[in-house]
Design a protein around this ligand. Structure first.
Ligand SMILES: [Fe+2]
Ligand SMILES: [Fe+2]
Length: 265
């Protein structure tokens, strides 16, 4: 697994892990993020159980497991949260946070460990990095794509972790930072149109993030947006028509649907 420092100023640092060349082809590629302040760290979307050994190995180049004070799961998907039992076993001084609507569901990843989930209220919350004077802000991103979903903003680094929003299924040799937005669209479009279901929710998220005006947007899949690419992403999302599936049009003809044929048998 590869890693890169995205921001470093004094004791404050952001690291991205991802682009794992040893990952099985069947497993979707993910980015994991470590926010470190004064020797204490928060892990954002630690990833699936299948890539846990690679994430742990790469992470320990920057922080040890006892420096992890919190994990934030942006939502409930297995590529984000299925490794939580392993982290719970290893990190003694850590709290795990997720949307209140998912605590009972993510607890199914507990695997006999003492996985305790701290609920994030719908309106979001501040999250102190350990006992340092640095705070992260969990910003509502509901229905983008999950119905209980949060982005994480760090005002010190001016970085927003956006979870699946802005995510792309990119070729393995793609650059870490988006350099040609128009060319990048083809890697994002289907992912958003199918996995996201609400134009209203997506526009509301864009409005929220425009107000924050972050210098960098880091998605959980694909490449990172910085500088002039950030408003390009927000404009693109603002005008996107999501919530569609390939067979949607043909299924409006009810007599052609397979499930009606089954019913007639
Ligand atoms: Fe997801
Ligand atoms: Fe994802």
């Amino acid at each position: 697994m590869k890693s890169e420092i995205l921001f470093e100023e004094g004791s404050h640092k952001w690291v991205v892990l991802g682009r794992d060349p040893d990952k099985r082809d069947e497993v979707i590629d993910t980015n994991e993020f470590i926010v470190i302040n004064d020797g204490q760290a928060v892990l954002l979307d630690p990833g699936g159980i299948d890539i846990f050994p690679q994430v742990l190995t790469e992470m320990t180049r920057y922080v040890s497991t006892d420096q992890i004070r919190a994990i934030v799961a942006s939502h409930q998907d297995p590529d984000i949260a299925s490794s939580l039992a392993m982290w719970t076993d290893l990190c003694a001084n850590m709290k795990v946070y997720c949307s209140w609507i998912w605590t009972g569901f993510i607890s199914h990843f507990g695997m006999g460990t003492n996985l305790v989930l701290n609920p994030i209220p719908d309106e979001g919350m501040e999250l102190q990095i350990g006992d340092t004077n640095a705070n992260l802000y969990l910003v509502p991103a509901h229905y983008c794509h999950s119905s209980g979903n949060f982005s994480t903003y760090d005002p010190i680094a001016d970085i927003l972790f956006s979870g699946d929003i802005g995510g792309a299924l990119v070729p393995a040799d793609s650059p870490l930072f988006v350099d040609d937005f128009e060319r990048h669209i083809k890697y994002m479009e289907k992912f958003h149109v199918r996995w996201f279901s609400s134009n209203v929710a997506l526009k509301a998220w864009v409005k929220r993030i425009r107000a924050i005006n972050p210098g960098m947007i880091c998605p959980q899949h694909g490449s990172i947006f910085r500088g002039e690419q950030v408003p390009k992403l927000l404009d693109w999302l603002d005008n996107l028509d999501v919530g569609k599936w390939d067979a949607g049009a043909e299924l409006t003809d009810i007599n052609k649907t397979q499930w009606m044929k089954w019913k007639k048998r």
